[in-house]
Ligand binder design. Structure first.
Ligand code: SF4
Length: 83
């Protein structure tokens, strides 16, 4: 499992992550930012738990123009590296 965190303060709402990884990211009309889609979000809509075989999340992390997406393998997050 991969933990993904989306920083809505940084997000430009450009829609790039939603176009390359539509299963995981969608635009939030109320928050003016992207958010995690409901199947994968936690109780927080900007934090998701993603199966490792959904590789587009890592692509979105690399391609986001403002580095608003951060992913961490669940093992690392358990050791406190997700900030
Ligand atoms: S690619 Fe980055 S800036 Fe663009 S909508 Fe997604 S999170 Fe926001």
């Amino acid at each position: 499992m991969v933990i993904v965190r989306l920083n809505r303060e940084k997000c430009l709402r450009c829609g790039f992550c939603t176009s390359i990884c539509v299963r995981v990211f969608e635009l939030d009309n109320e928050e003016e930012s992207a958010q995690i889609t409901s199947p994968f979000r936690t109780e927080e809509k900007f934090i998701g738990e993603i199966p490792e075989n959904i590789n587009c999340v890592k692509v979105a992390e690399r391609k986001c123009p403002v580095n608003a997406i951060k992913t961490v393998d669940e093992k690392e997050s358990n050791s406190g590296k997700l900030t």
